[in-house]
Each structure stands twice: as C-alpha cells, then as structure tokens.
Design a binder for this molecule. Structure first.
Ligand SMILES: *Cc1c(COP(=O)(O)O)cnc(C)c1O
Length: 233
C-alpha cells in the first residue's frame, strides 16, 4: 500500500473514533484533503483511494492542479476548495475554478466572487473566515463584525453562504484545542438564530481534528497527515 493510501486509512480511523466519541454519524464530517505544495500525482493517488474533496491555498498552483487532474480523470468529479488568502484582484479564477471558498473575510471579496461566478457552475459555496484566536493571526473577520458580514453575504445572488471557518493558534493540549472550536460553533448558532441558513463548520487540521469533531466540525481540512510534511520552495 502506498504512503498516501495508508495515511488516508489512518486519518479515516481518527475521524471515525472522534465521531464515535462525539456520538455523531460519520457522514456528518467531510474530509477535505489539503494538497497544497504536492503534485497532481499525489491528488490522483488519493482519488484512487476514493478521496473526492481537495483543498488548495495558492491560486496558480491550484488552478494548474485542477486542470492536470481533470485531464487525467475526466470521468471522476472532484470537489475543489480554495482555503488560502484571497487578493481582491485574483477573485475571477477562484470564482471560475473552485466549488468552495473557505476564506472570505470582507464583503468586497464576496461581491466580486458573486459577480464573477460563471452562471453555468451554479452558486459558489462560501465560508466566512473568523479571527477566533484574536491577536495571533490577522486573518478573518472579527467576531463582533461577523453577523453584519453574514447578513450581506447571504444576499449575494451567485454565492451560497454555508458557514464559518477558523484556523486557531496551534495548541498541543487537547482540552485547550477545543475552546476556539466551541467559540466558532457558538458564533454559527448566533447566525442561525438571526434566520440565516448555515450548515458548515470548517475547522480542524492534522493536529487538532479530533478536538474539532468533538465541537461539531463538519469539514476537517487535513494536509500533512495525508500527504506528509510540506517543503516550501
Ligand atoms: C495547510 C492548511 C491546512 C492543512 O494543515 P495540516 O496541518 O497540514 O493538516 C488546513 N487548513 C488551511 C487553511 C491550511 O492552510
């Protein structure tokens, strides 16, 4: 068995154990395989094991990989999620080539994605990135501004607001890992109470997916536990 196949089995086992501990059906958690920095061949290997959803952070790398994989697997529909920082002048290729965007933090970006979404592709699925750990990272909308942003994004015609995403500060203690995830879940509940439909919590990575699932994650974004350590150029 290849390394990626074995890693996928191990990640699947971790997800199953966490779902059992949380008394959640396995079907309520989607595994997003984060393939950034890895070649199209790695995606093909994971796809051969049945993995269908992939996440990319860097636009050009992602667009090239989507094309290469589509050429190699013309009959296998895959789902591509953009999970990297978004520059406002680079929204068109994101709106064109991806099925989901997890990193919307400003209305202007959402408006551009909506305007630029090709109609034949249907609505683009959106998660709002929330700055859940405060000062540690500057990415994401501040929790106090989240509801106002959600109300506006929910109105945009070619987007479908699905939920919230967060990247908490790295933390080794499993009990402490759960706290920011619990906060994100509470913020999503506030949005639902406001009458806005959301069904997605994109939270948890290789090091904290169990804690995220215990707090209600519906998408875990897992890179190194599947593809190995990343080496940046
Ligand atoms: C790289 C990345 C991941 C995957 O991280 P791992 O620790 O390798 O699992 C998940 N989410 C985002 C936003 C990332 O940039």
């Amino acid at each position: 068995m290849s390394t990626i196949a074995g890693n996928l089995q191990a990640v699947e086992a971790t997800i199953q154990v966490a779902c059992e501990a949380a008394a959640r059906p396995r079907s309520t958690v989607q595994l997003l395989a984060v393939s950034k920095t890895f070649p199209a061949e790695a995606v093909l290997e994971a796809a051969a094991c049945g993995q269908r959803a992939f996440g990319e952070n860097y636009l050009q790398e992602g667009v090239d990989k989507i094309a290469a994989v589509a050429k190699a697997l013309p009959d296998t529909p895959l789902e591509w999620h953009f999970i990297g920082p978004i520059q406002s002048n680079k929204t068109r290729p994101i709106a064109t080539h991806f099925d989901w965007v997890h990193t919307v933090e400003r209305l202007k970006i959402a408006q551009r994605l909506s305007e630029q979404r090709p109609p034949e592709r249907g609505p683009l699925n959106i998660c709002l990135q929330v700055n859940i750990s405060g000062e540690a990272t500057k990415s994401g909308v501040h929790p106090s501004e989240l509801l106002a942003l959600a109300r506006e994004v929910a109105k945009l015609p070619n987007l479908r607001l699905r939920g919230l995403m967060a990247i908490p500060e790295a933390e080794d203690d499993p009990a402490l890992q759960r706290m920011p995830f619990a906060r994100l879940r509470a913020l999503a509940q506030d949005i639902v109470k406001d009458g806005i439909f959301v069904d997605t919590l994109s939270m948890g990575m290789s090091g904290d997916m169990r804690a995220a699932i215990l707090e209600g994650a519906s998408i875990v974004r897992v890179g190194s536990a599947i593809f190995g350590a990343r080496h940046y150029e």
